[in-house]
Design a protein around this ligand. Sequence first.
Ligand SMILES: C[S@@+](CC[C@H](N)C(=O)[O-])C[C@H]1O[C@@H](n2cnc3c(N)ncnc32)[C@H](O)[C@@H]1O
Length: 222
Amino acid sequence: MIKNLFDKSGQSTPRTDAVLTQIHVPSSVDATPVPAKMAGRIATAEREIEAFQDRWDRPQIEQFVAADYQLVYQSLLWTLESQPTIGQRFLEWGSGFSIVSAIAAEIGLNAIGIEAESDLLAMGRKTIQSWNVSVELVQGNFLPPGADLLSEDPMLPSLGHDVADGYQQLGLDLDDFAMVYAYPWPGEDDFLEVVFDRYAARGALLMMFCGPNDIRLWRKTS
Ligand SMILES: C[S@@+](CC[C@H](N)C(=O)[O-])C[C@H]1O[C@@H](n2cnc3c(N)ncnc32)[C@H](O)[C@@H]1O
């Protein structure tokens, strides 16, 4: 069961029957200064994404869309500074260009990305190399085995990837992670919350970028 409850002060309000509790990320987070080096890296990555998407010599990878990486950086920083975490291990579900994994590594997290598409994984490796950060990337499925059965809609874009289990390759399970980040396809946010709710560790955090100015943060509370 997933609850989205705030009291009037804007603080998160867990209820006794809540499993995921939403933590309110203040909208003022977007005023957090972004260091010039970080802003420059993000701007370069955004240009590389545009160039990748404009290439005419291969089919578009429809599942890849750029997030607002400055806002994700600001929100991650806010989270680390204001919320308790159960560890340092961070997982990007569907890491694409691995920009968020690289940001996580840059701010001190032990970052790992799982991505299904080999072309995107290659671009992710380029990001990690040019940022000179330590991120482990694997090609695989970020959905734990059996998690697809939790979806009510068999047509969701994150289902049906013909790749190996990402967790087995890492030698880890989803409940080994303190924080997970995802940019869900429209209509998939509920499903990803259900998967996190089912498989993540108690106390772990789920951050999702769901569109412009829409960052959501959840904690698994029981
Ligand atoms: C909207 S993009 C977001 C990319 C990246 N997280 C970001 O914020 O820039 C979604 C990514 O998830 C990947 N993806 C979708 N379903 C997946 C699955 N089941 N396992 C692994 N990767 C998946 C897609 O290939 C795509 O790169």
